[in-house]
Design a protein around this ligand. Structure first.
Ligand SMILES: NC(=O)c1ccc[n+]([C@@H]2O[C@H](COP(=O)([O-])OP(=O)(O)OC[C@H]3O[C@@H](n4cnc5c(N)ncnc54)[C@H](O)[C@@H]3O)[C@@H](O)[C@H]2O)c1
Ligand SMILES: [Zn+2]
Length: 360
C-alpha cells in the first residue's frame, strides 16, 4: 500500500520501501548535475546500504557524514558542509538527499536552503519522529548555543519519501520519542483518536504505517493553512514551549540529555496541567492524558522547575515581550494558541504533576 499526499509544493509518499521511488524521481527530474547524500554515522551504516540497494543510480552520489546527535545541529556544521559541497564541485543544479532523522533533515535542509542561495533537496526520514513530523512542513534550521532551532528557514523539499522499512533498525527509545509527536497530533487534532494510540509496553510490535499516514496528513493539513507559522501552525507547538526548554537545559549539561520527543512528552504533561489550571480543561481529561503519557514515558524523571530553566523558557522563539506563550487546551479537541502564561504558572504546574489527582 502506498499513500501519496500533495503538500504545499511537493509530494509526500509513504510506504514500506518508498525510497525505491527515488530511482524514478532521479530519472524524471531535469538537470541534476550531481547528487549528495547527507547521513550521520549511524544512518550511513544502517540506512545507506538499504537505500543503495533499492536505488542503484545513487552509487555515484557523494556521501557526506556528520556525527549523530543534536550537538551536530550547528552553524559550524553548516559551514563544514558548505566547504565540502564546494570542494566536491556542487553547483546550483546539485541535489542533496537528507538520509536520517530530524537532525539530519533540519541540518541538511538548512544547508541546502543557503548553499548558493538554495539548492534542491529531498527528505528521506529514517526515524519515527522525522517521519511523523520533521520531514514535512518545510521548516529547516540549526540550534544556537543550545537554544533550539534559533536559526532557520522555511524551505520546501522537492519530495519526501517516507520509507517505514527504515524503522526496523530504530532503537525502542527512539520509537518512543517519535510517538510523542503522534500523541501531540492526537491531543490537539484527535488524529488518531486518543483511544487508538498504541498501548505502552510493546512499541516494537506496533505497525507504525497507519500512524505515520494519519500524522503526516494532519500535519500537512495544518501547515497548508499557515506555512510560515503565524496562526494555525502554532497549534503544532503544543507541548513544545516547556518541552524545548527542558530539552535545551538537559542538552546544556544535564545528567540525562533528553531526546526531542521525550522532552515534548514531559512538556505536554506540564502544558496539560497548565490547561487544567488556566484554560478550563476538565481535570479528568487532563489526568487521563497525563496518565497515558506517564504509562509510556514514566521512567523519565519528572520535570523540575528551577532558576536554570528560566532563560530557556524565555528564549523560546514563540515568546515575545518577555511573556511565555504556549498552546493550551480549553477543552478536549479545542486547543488555544498564544495563551499567555507566567513563569509562576509554569512552576505551579510542574509542582502539581507530582500529585496528578490534585492538579488544580
Ligand atoms: N523541522 C521540523 O519541523 C521539526 C519537527 C520536529 C523535530 N525537529 C527536529 O528533529 C530533531 C530530532 O529528530 P530525531 O528524533 O529524528 O533525532 P535524530 O535525527 O538525532 O535521530 C536520533 C538517533 O537515531 C539514529 N537513527 C536515525 N535513523 C535510524 C535508523 N533507521 N535506525 C537506527 N538509528 C537511527 C540517529 O543516528 C540518531 O542517533 C530535533 O533536532 C528537532 O528539533 C524538526
Ligand atoms: Zn517536535
Amino acid at each position: 500500500m502506498e499513500f501519496c499526499l500533495q503538500a504545499d509544493g511537493y509530494e509526500v509518499r509513504v510506504a514500506p520501501g518508498a525510497s525505491g521511488a527515488l530511482s524514478r524521481f532521479l530519472e524524471v527530474t531535469p538537470d541534476i548535475s550531481s547528487v549528495f547524500i547527507l547521513t550521520d554515522s549511524v544512518t550511513r551504516s544502517l540506512c545507506l546500504p538499504l537505500l543503495l540497494r533499492s536505488v542503484p543510480a545513487l552509487s555515484n552520489a557523494v556521501v557526506l557524514e556528520v556525527a549523530p546527535g543534536e550537538a551536530t545541529k550547528t552553524l559550524e556544521e553548516v559551514r563544514s558542509l558548505c566547504v565540502e559541497l564546494n570542494a566536491s564541485g556542487a553547483d546550483r543544479q546539485s541535489l542533496l538527499i537528507c538520509l536520517g532523522g530530524g537532525m539530519v533533515g533540519d541540518l541538511g535542509g538548512f544547508t541546502a536552503s543557503v548553499f548558493l542561495r538554495g539548492i534542491r533537496f529531498v527528505q528521506l526520514p529514517t526515524t519515527l519522529l522525522a517521519m511523523v513530523d520533521a520531514s514535512v512542513g518545510g521548516k529547516t534550521g540549526v540550534d544556537l548555543d543550545h537554544h533550539k532551532n534559533l536559526i532557520g528557514t522555511f524551505s520546501r523539499p522537492e519530495v519526501v519519501f517516507i520509507d517505514t522499512d527504515f524503522l526496523k533498525s530504530l532503537p525502542l527509545r527512539q520509537l518512543r520519542s517519535g510517538l510523542a509527536e503522534i500523541i501531540k497530533h492526537s491531543i490537539i487534532g484527535n488524529v488518531p483518536p486518543f483511544e487508538e494510540l498504541p498501548v505502552s509496553g510493546d512499541l516494537a510490535a506496533v505497525d507504525w504505517l497507519p500512524y505515520v499516514i494519519s500524522s503526516v496528513s494532519y500535519k500537512n493539513e495544518i501547515v497548508s493553512m499557515d506555512f510560515t507559522d503565524r496562526h494555525q501552525r502554532k497549534l503544532l507547538n503544543f507541548g513544545h514551549t516547556v518541552g524545548h526548554a527542558l530539552e535545551a537545559r538537559s542538552n546544556a549539561g544535564g545528567a540525562y540529555p533528553l531526546l526531542h520527543g521525550e522532552a515534548v512528552a514531559l512538556g505536554m504533561q506540564v502544558e496539560l496541567a497548565l490547561s487544567a489550571r488556566l484554560a478550563g480543561l476538565p481535570v479528568s481529561v487532563a489526568n487521563r492524558m497525563i496518565n497515558y503519557l506517564r504509562s509510556v514515558y514514566g521512567e523519565l524523571a519528572p520535570p523540575v522547575y528551577d532558576e536554570a530553566l528560566v532563560p530557556f523558557l524565555l528564549s523560546d522563539k514563540k515568546n515575545s515581550g518577555g511573556k511565555i506563550r504556549c498552546v493550551l487546551l480549553g477543552a478536549e479537541g479545542n486547543p488555544i494558541i498564544d495563551a499567555e502564561v507566567g513563569l509562576e504558572d509554569v512552576r505551579i504546574a510542574i509542582d502539581s504533576l507530582a500529585a496528578v489527582s490534585s492538579l488544580i
